[in-house]
Design a protein around this ligand. Structure first.
Ligand code: ZN
Length: 129
């Protein structure tokens, strides 16, 4: 199948990345990153708990990986090993994660539309990045 057909067949890149974040593979990737990093922020050393939320950060963003590897479908994403390489992941606390360039823009916008303390950030749960 030609490159163009793959691009036009499916979803927009943003929609595809949103779906990728819902895959079991994505949950497994996050878990593997957390375990490797012992549930500890790799920038400030904070551990996951009531006061700090840890998140798994893609050093090269998912959007960039989808683009670079020409991923055009959810099946293509599942088969793309670069997306699931824990070498491209690191555990960060929410505060440190927000300061990275790869922090998802849509989450950044959401955050500014609420007060600085959302319910999620107070709960101490492990969130999606
Ligand atoms: Zn941190």
């Amino acid at each position: 199948m030609s490159k163009q057909l793959v691009q036009h067949k499916g979803l927009s890149r943003t929609a595809l990345v949103r779906l990728i974040r819902r895959l079991d593979l994505y949950e497994q990737w996050k878990r593997a990153v957390f375990i490797r990093d012992r549930f500890t922020c790799q920038h400030c050393g904070a551990r996951n708990g009531r006061k700090r939320v840890i998140e798994a950060d893609h050093i090269i963003s998912l959007t960039q990986l989808v683009k670079d590897n020409n991923v055009g479908s959810i099946e293509g994403a599942a088969a793309c090993l670069a997306l699931w390489d824990i070498g491209n992941g690191r555990t960060l606390c929410h505060t440190c994660h927000e300061q990275t360039e790869s922090y998802p823009i849509q989450l950044r916008k959401k955050k500014t539309s609420y007060a600085s303390k959302s319910r999620n950030s107070r709960r101490g749960a492990i969130k999606n990045c």
